[in-house]
Design a protein around this ligand. Sequence first.
Ligand code: SAM
Length: 239
Amino acid sequence: MKERLLQESTPADADDRLPVSQVNGEKTSEYISSLVPDLPDWLADTERRAKREEVPIIRKEAQGLLRFLLSARQPKSILEVGTAVGFSAAFMEDCVGYGVPLTTIEKVPARIEAAKRLFTERSELAAITLREGDAAEVLAELAAEGRKFDFVFLDAAKAQYPIYWQLIRPLLADGAYFVADNVLQEGSIAESKFTVQRRDRTIHLRMREFVRELFGEKSVVSTLLPVGDGMTVSVYHER
Ligand SMILES: C[S@@+](CC[C@H](N)C(=O)[O-])C[C@H]1O[C@@H](n2cnc3c(N)ncnc32)[C@H](O)[C@@H]1O
């Protein structure tokens, strides 16, 4: 089988390498993004405003994956780490048909204000609770409160992902999905740490650590998808 695959690959004198995937690239990304369903007008406005103000929010491809996963899991409770101005929280509520309790965490005051404004302006978003403060502290509080979630979306400080994962694990209900964004870091995660700019090395090391711990964890089955900036998707099973 391997032999046949090698024959099909180029160049013809391919050595022992298996064929490299050629599917990732700008055109593919644009094409996948074009398949993502349109947003309601008010949510598209929120997305446009966030982009104009250079607030980092989930990309179209990530939206497509999240919508699919939320539809598959049909969560009764959602947790988000990293609200920014509330776009992805509002987006996830739209995916589940609104009314599903969603807790989201943010620590930057200006973003908290903007997100609160959105959540109060739109009556569809009444099920969203914004927890203000440092994510690590709020996650520990949620565990102390005995909270469990069916769906957790991690999209906050990338260098903290290993710590967040340790704090999120106890919050997962049986069968929960755990999704983390920006894991491939524009592809740099696959590079050697020596080729990564010095200032990006901490994130590189921590992201590698996060992925290693996630994939080494017996209670979850995980995959890393080259969607958007790279997303891990894990399913948690109590053993
Ligand atoms: C990429 S943005 C989130 C985007 C949002 N999920 C969306 O797609 O609409 C990451 C957010 O995490 C917040 N954040 C970073 N570190 C944090 C921390 N330690 N505690 C709480 N929030 C944090 C940042 O302030 C920022 O608004």
